[in-house]
Design a protein around this ligand. Sequence first.
Ligand SMILES: [Zn+2]
Length: 268
Amino acid sequence: MNAPDQAVDVRVEPAAASGPPAADTGQGADSWALRVDLAAAFRMAARLGWQEAVANHFSVALRRAGGEFLINPRWRSFASLRASDLLLLPAPGPADTIPPEIDRTAWAIHGTMHAQLPRARCILHVHPTYATVLSCLRDATLRPIDQTSARFFRRVAIDRDYGGMADNAAEGLRLTRALGDRNVLLMGNHGVLVVGDTVAEAFDALYHVERACQTLVLAYSTGQPVVTLSDEVAESTARCWEDGGAFARAHFAAIKQRLDIEEPGYAH
Ligand SMILES: [Zn+2]
């Protein structure tokens, strides 16, 4: 996939400066709505301090069947990304080279996952402080100690085989397998990756993963023994969170309302 002597056979479509771009993918307003949602996710992630300098990536496939996906261009701050800045790329085939507009690790992780795992329509990968701290502990289990952490009871995959920068298709495939049928992958000694059917659902899950990790890490840091919920209570609490995405949609709508007032440029 990374052969340097092969022509770049990918399409990168710049969008219009604002509004639904006429030359978009034939998805029209739906495609533009995805751009706006992903841009909102970047802006709020910046506010929450999740981005590692100008690294890390969020992506969303235009269709549930996978294929073409939107992603942030290489080395840009989440804080200034606009809907029209996002790249539209095809999911990579085995002979494709890395488009110059995208970071190698983004192509390896997001490109591979969009090609191999269509159910992961939206993929968010960052190194937020508390999830990353938990990922570095010998026991990286996201223990259910309150109702937020209980949401993820037995629902987090943990990768223990970090092998350096994820800059090749093999690493993307390995991470895809490590995620399995879960929606959250705690990437050992690295960070976290969350997938969802919509940007709203993935963002809401990532938000609560980081909140849960914050509570757990701070609880550990007191030095006092931490009380874990019983399996029965943890499981019943986790099921209470499963509402078909209604809470996530309300959460994300509130985020966009706030951005619409405070930094409306994200939607341009
Ligand atoms: Zn990373």
